[in-house]
Structure formats: C-alpha cells, structure tokens
Design a protein around this ligand. Structure first.
Ligand code: PLP
Length: 300
C-alpha cells in the first residue's frame, strides 16, 4: 500500500504499525500564492525538512518510493507547478545519495477545471511537461501520477435554487436626514434580500470559508425580466446564521418568490460539505446527459 507522510511522528507511527508500507514524501511546494486553497498551510515538508525526513526514514529502515506535491487548489500559475517539479527532482537526488531508489512522482491536484479556464490549464500543462522532460524524462523510469479534483468535476454539476422568501429594504444610511417614505424613495435606493433554499451550511460552504468567493447565479427565465430595472440585491441561505450569505451585493431584477436561480460549475467542493445545520435539506440530484452520448453509453 502507498502512504503519504510529511513529518517524523508519522514515520515513527508507520514504523510501529506498518513498517513494510511504500511511502511517498509530501513536499511543501515552493509557491502556492496563486491558489484559492493553500494546502501548504497544513501539509508538506519544506526542502530542508524533507532531506532530514529521508535520513530519519533511512535510519528506521522504511521504504520510501516517491515524492508528492500539491501546489494549492485552483492554482493558475504555471511557474508554481514547474518549481514544484524542480524541487521534487532535488529531493529525488538527495534520496539517491543516501541509498533510496525513488520511482514515483505524484504531481497532485490544483488544476483549474472550468471551460473558460482551459487556456490557463494548457499553459500549466505546457510548463509541467517541460519540467518533467527536463527532470524526469521517460528514461528515468519514474512513474508520474496526479490527483486532479476540481479539474475533473467543477463543470460537471450545476445547482438550481429557489427563492423561498424575499425582503425589500431601503438603505437608510443613504438618507442621513431620515427616510421620508411618503415622498417616495428613489428606485436606485431599493435593495432586495432573497432567501434561497441552500446556503453556506449546505453546498455553498466556500462562500463562508473563502474571502471573495461569491457565487453569481443566472436566472432560469431571463426573458421574463428582460426589460426590468436592476436593483442591488443580497443572496442569503435559509439558515438562522448571519454569515449564511452567498453574495452580499449584486445587481438583479426584482425576482418573484419561487423564482429559480442557476449556479453553474458547482461540481467541486460543494455538495459533500452539506452539514444539515439549521434544518437544511440535502440537495436532490438529477443526472442529465445528451441523448447522443446516452445512446453510446447505453450500447456498451
Ligand atoms: C491530497 C489531495 N490531492 C488532491 C486534491 C484535489 O485538489 P484539486 O481539487 O485542487 O485538484 C486534494 C484536495 O484537497 C488533496 O488534498
């Protein structure tokens, strides 16, 4: 079995419990500043620490077979991937010096997965290919594996939510002398808050965890609102929690209750986060496939 480790405590535990396991040393990538989720906050040994760990593993007579890295989820910067490959090669070389023969490189995840991010993906892959050819050419016999998450699933899933309640308010702070409702409120000061049937304790956890991660919906039947004015609007989830906000401020026409909103590209880091807190209901799933593909699959 392959197991990943990045610290000495784990090595001692592995020695005690499963000394014959095949071990993969997880590195802290040199640069994950351009990623959305920095996994290095929690995982990965620095170059210096990795060299020490190799020595500890040697002393413990453990079997290290490879190296892994993850440059942070949603990383669009090709040089981050390239730099991680170069670091991996340094560690391979150090391992060889002290008597290991590594033959596995795990280039992790992080790869963007939306259609309009494919240009970045291509640049990343070009940089990676160059890094791998320079440092781990086919003649090195190193097996390369990857763990793409969002690349595979981001665009696979859309979420449809319903407006279950709405509230209109007037931004009082924009009327320092007090609000004279009778005199009429300028349209531009109208503000709507919509309550939707899923929120940050359901599929929209990232809106809570990640700064600036506001999801933007499309309206299911835009024709219905084509000529309507747009208002400042806030989208909230259904729970009692004040932080249950999907988007603090976006322009929308005045939506009817029961209106459906589409959130596209919600396949990654969404539905599995469902917690049930505040009575939230789990999203129902519908699988949709174009007929021509279904017929091909069905015939297999
Ligand atoms: C070890 C590991 N591999 C792969 C992934 C997938 O990452 P991504 O969705 O950024 O491709 C994760 C995500 O947390 C991870 O922790």
């Amino acid at each position: 079995m392959l197991m990943t480790f990045d610290n000495a405590c784990e090595l001692h535990k592995i020695k005690a419990i499963y000394p014959t396991s095949r071990l993969v040393l997880r590195l802290l990538p040199p640069d994950e500043s351009n990623s959305t989720i920095k996994l290095g906050n929690k995982f990965g040994a620095s170059s210096k620490a990795a060299c020490k760990l190799l020595e500890t593993a040697k002393d413990l007579d453990l079997n290290i077979v490879g190296v892994s890295f993850h440059v942070g989820s949603g990383n669009h910067e090709p040089s981050s991937y390239y730099a991680a490959v170069v670091l991996a090669k340094e560690i391979f070389d150090h391992a060889q010096k002290i008597g290991f023969n590594l033959n596995l490189l795990d280039i992790g995840g992080g790869y963007p997965g939306l259609w309009d991010e494919m240009k970045d993906f291509e640049k990343i892959v070009a940089g990676l290919r160059q890094g791998l050819m320079e440092n781990f050419p086919p003649s090195s016999n190193v097996k390369i594996i990857a763990e793409p998450g969002r690349y595979l699933v981001s665009s696979a899933c859309n979420i449809a939510l319903t407006v279950i309640s709405k509230c209109i308010d007037y931004k009082e702070r924009e009327f320092p002398g007090g609000l004279d409702i009778q005199a009429g409120v300028p349209e531009c000061n109208k503000h709507f808050t919509y309550y939707l049937n899923d929120g940050v304790r359901g599929s929209f956890m990232d809106c809570l965890l990640l700064e600036d991660s506001h999801v933007t919906p499309t309206i299911t039947n835009p024709e219905r609102y084509a000529d309507e004015p747009q208002y400042n609007s806030t989208l909230c989830g259904p729970s009692c929690e004040a932080r249950d906000v999907l988007h603090p401020s976006l322009k929308l026409p005045e939506l009817d209750e029961d209106e459906r909103l589409w959130f596209k590209n919600m396949g990654a880091y969404t539905i599995p986060f469902y917690s049930g807190y505040g009575g939230a209901k789990r999203q129902r799933k519908f699988y949709v496939m174009e007929n021509k593909y279904w017929l091909v699959l069905f015939s297999l």
